[in-house]
Design a protein around this ligand. Structure first.
Ligand code: GDP
Ligand code: GDP
Length: 435
């Protein structure tokens, strides 16, 4: 399970600083992609081999009564309701304020684990800070410094400890890919799910096993097993799936986190929206494999099809690793091709990449185009090995690797992608420099 951590607190206590710290390790691996839009309120992080989702309610004011602040308060309420665990941030330098007390009162009723985090605690007397914030009635305050990084790792480990770890990759492999079907409202997600499941029997039905009701539905198609991750926007009603709840960003992101392969559904009749691009950007952040389904292809004419292609090239250019399929969920057209790409993307995401082949491929790339010199140092790439799956991580060892430019990283990615036929999954390259 990949828990969702939601940050709450009044303005200026350091939520965005903490958010950046909690998501930084992963962000650094996704070097800037041209055209990639990020929503800085949602991000993924990792400590050890544990993944989590972080939501920053910065700018949301949980006590506002009307206007834009009220709308933000509504979103904060939704984030609190969808959290697995809440981090309530206060400012150790400012001391306890009435606003903190109002938020604390709200959080005591949240029905979720809450950790009281005292930020800006660098150089402060621990006992004095603790006494002041103990009065909020949320247990022992945990001092950290988001700006300096003090206490952050311990905090995350403490926060994640109660949640079950993910199952072994080996066990998971027998059940086939876990697939999340995501997209904004009305693009045709429920229609697609019903088309997928309609012809084949649903093998069994997992009941919610965790605090959060993520539901996994195993099914078979063409003799192959898959597990569908319910996105909560989609819920089973009797025999069919319907979008029963209001669209929820957090639940969409949770489903992406829990999956191996994401099917991002777009509506061919609509232009690509910011929301489409944000979901796509998040898929890239998590490193999940991706297949794009351009749905309602039956409903658009040639002119519209051309326009859409240009629109996608402009706004979703950073998804060049993914296959795009034109489908009609309603008429069940293009579905087998789509699933074939899901299989391919899953195989690529889980591929075993041998060290000798990786190293040979890397050497061939360097022979073709050497990395640029930085000052007096010429980066030296020595050998490569695999450091993870879903997404595949390729670790390159050598000297003076700190200053390899993004453009060269992209070149290496393309080279590995082609050599190992990894279409469908993003790829991460990490450098380890020997000193
Ligand atoms: P937010 O409004 O809650 O998102 O707060 P920000 O993350 O924007 O931080 C508000 C201010 O507090 C900024 O000036 C930060 O540089 C500062 N700040 C954040 N974390 C720390 C910290 O650990 N120590 C100190 N001294 N300042 C911090
Ligand atoms: P969701 O909100 O993403 O789950 O979208 P739905 O599956 O509820 O579909 C929204 C609307 O689009 C419904 O009226 C569907 O009948 C329609 N729709 C879904 N797929 C297609 C398609 O392939 N072609 C056409 N023409 N309409 C579709």
């Amino acid at each position: 399970m990949k828990p969702t951590i939601v940050l709450v607190g009044r303005p200026n206590v350091g939520k965005s600083t903490l958010f950046n710290r909690l998501t930084k390790t992963r962000d650094a691996l996704v070097a800037d992609q041209p055209g990639l839009t990020r929503d800085r309120h949602y991000g993924v992080g990792r400590v050890g081999d544990r993944d989590y989702l972080v939501v920053d309610t910065a700018g949301f004011d949980p006590v506002a009564k009307d206007g834009i602040m009220h709308e933000m308060a509504r979103q904060a309420e939704q984030a609190i309701a969808e959290a697995d665990v809440l981090l309530f941030l206060v400012d150790g330098r400012a001391g306890r304020t009435p606003h903190d007390e109002q938020i604390a009162a709200r959080l005591r009723r949240a029905g979720r684990p809450v950790h009281l985090v005292v930020n800006k605690a660098e150089g402060l007397e621990r006992a004095i800070v603790s006494a002041d914030f103990h009065a909020l009635g949320l247990g022992a305050p945990l001092p950290v410094s988001a700006a300096h990084g003090d206490g952050i790792k311990q905090l995350v480990e403490l926060v994640l400890a109660p949640f079950p770890e993910d199952e072994d990759v080996e066990d998971a492999a027998e059940k086939g890919p876990k697939v999340a079907i995501v997209g904004r409202p009305n693009v045709g997600k429920s229609t697609l799910v019903n088309t997928l499941l309609g012809e084949e029997r649903v093998i069994a039905f997992d009941m919610p096993g965790t605090t959060r009701d993520a539901i996994a539905i195993p099914f078979e198609r063409g003799g192959r097993p898959y597990t569908l991750i319910d996105t909560a926007g989609l819920r089973r009603r009797g025999k069919v799936f319907e979008a029963v709840e209001k669209f929820s960003v957090i639940k969409t992101l949770q489903a992406i986190q829990e999956s191996n392969v994401v099917v991002l559904v777009l509506d061919a009749a609509q232009d690509i929206s910011d929301q489409d691009a944000h979901i796509a950007g998040f898929v890239l952040d998590t490193g999940r494999a991706l297949v794009v389904a351009v749905n309602k292809w039956d409903a658009v004419d040639d002119y519209r099809r051309e326009r859409l292609k240009e629109d996608m090239a402009r706004k979703l250019g950073f998804l060049s690793f993914a296959r795009f399929h034109q489908i009609s969920a309603l008429r069940a057209e293009g579905i087998n091709g789509l699933l074939k790409s899901v299989d391919g993307a899953y195989a690529a995401a889980m591929a075993n990449l041998s060290t000798p082949r990786l190293t040979r491929t890397m050497q061939a790339a360097v022979a073709k185009q050497a990395p640029p010199r930085h000052g007096s140092a010429r980066p030296k790439l020595r050998y490569a090995h695999q450091g993870g799956m879903n997404p595949p991580v390729i670790v390159i060892h050598g000297n003076a690797l700190e200053n390899i430019p993004n453009s060269y990283v992209r070149f290496l990615e393309r080279t590995f992608m082609e050599a190992f036929k990894l279409q469908g999954t993003p790829l991460r390259i990490q450098f380890r420099t020997a000193h």
